[in-house]
Design a protein around this ligand. Structure first.
Ligand SMILES: Cc1cc2nc3c(=O)[nH]c(=O)nc-3n(C[C@H](O)[C@H](O)[C@H](O)COP(=O)(O)O)c2cc1C
Length: 306
């Protein structure tokens, strides 16, 4: 019988973890200063490049915290961080917005296009900061259209993305980009940002977001913002992503236990710990601001990465 506890070689989460840990950081202390984590994301200033995850269905995955999405929003507000919300009905989304954190609504690639347009319009009318779509939830594990809790999904074309982007005044973020090809298509369609992600390993053998990030930044960086998630647990993980060109990162499952245990206070403490670890590494590598970070401090396989 197969050992269910054994990690499969195709597990993209394990591959991603190994890649993060294979990157080392050199020290640059002469002239170094205490760093600032301030950043501008989607046209707004934030106190940290660490963002909340685009989560959903916490009534199933974090039963103890039925109000979990509002708790993330409360933590984001206290931290001066950008909040994200995943699959949600309009009524629930409105409740999250009431908390008052700048929030990006990631809409599912529903087969029902009217639902997409109605959620885009609702987000704009009710004061979301940005909208977007997780294009990596179009297909199921048999290659057919995905079904997420009884709702049919559909693959999205570039002209679909163009239509959504035209339908809203808000900045549009495409989540689930994992190739230069898709990044370029999103930039050409008019997206303001992409979130480089494999959605916690939906596709077997998916490359780590961090591995493809430099190529994506070379192709579209400067014209659109490039965010990243998957496997971020520590300030060192954040540091490596930012040094390789990400503008910001979201912490997903690593913040789930703090949420379950202590609600918004747990999430806040988790991000403050990550912020401190990031600031320490920035100080030790002579980066006084996020703009000063670059890949020349990173080493892999005994050689500088850049
Ligand atoms: C319980 C749960 C619900 C999620 N719901 C959504 C969602 O509705 N929309 C979305 O874009 N991503 C969703 N995600 C994916 C996360 O936003 C993120 O991409 C993923 O967890 C990878 O980050 P991590 O490795 O830090 O967890 C969900 C993840 C989890 C664990």
């Amino acid at each position: 019988m197969a050992d269910e506890t054994k990690i499969r070689p195709s597990d993209a989460n394990a591959i991603t973890r190994r890649y993060f840990d294979s990157i080392l950081i050199e020290q640059r202390l002469v002239g170094a200063k205490t760093p600032s984590l301030r950043c501008t994301l989607l046209g707004k200033q934030f106190d940290t490049p660490v963002m909340m995850p685009a989560f959903s269905h916490l009534h199933i995955f974090a039963k103890e915290r039925e109000d979990g999405m509002r708790e993330y929003a409360r933590a984001a507000k206290a931290l001066g961080a950008l909040n994200f919300v995943g699959m949600s009905e309009n009524e629930d989304f409105a409740g999250i917005l009431e908390v008052g954190a700048p929030t990006v609504r990631i809409i599912k690639p529903y087969a029902d296009r009217d639902k997409i347009f109605s959620q885009l319009a609702f987000a704009q009318e009710h004061g979301a900061w940005a909208v977007g779509m997780d294009i990596d939830h179009s297909f199921a594990s048999d290659g057919g259209p995905d079904d997420v809790f009884g709702e049919k999904m559909a693959p999205q074309t570039r002209s679909d993305l163009e239509e959504y982007i035209r339908a809203t005044k808000l900045p549009f973020v495409v989540k689930g980009v994992l190739s230069v090809r898709d990044a370029q298509a999103c930039a050409e369609a008019g997206a303001k940002a992409i979130l480089v992600s494999h959605h916690h390993g939906r596709m077997p053998f998916a490359i780590p977001p961090l591995m493809v990030l430099p190529e994506i930044v070379r192709a579209v960086g400067g014209s659109i913002q490039v965010m990243l998630d998957c496997g971020i647990e520590t300030g060192a993980d954040v540091y490596k992503a930012l040094a390789l060109g990400a503008d910001a990162v979201a912490v997903g499952r690593a913040m789930m236990q703090p949420l379950v245990r202590d609600g918004a206070a747990g999430v806040e403490a988790c991000v403050r710990r990550i912020n401190n670890e990031l600031a320490m590494l920035m100080a030790f590598t002579g980066c006084a601001s996020l703009a000063e970070m670059d890949p020349s401090v990173l080493w892999r396989d005994g050689r500088p990465m850049a």
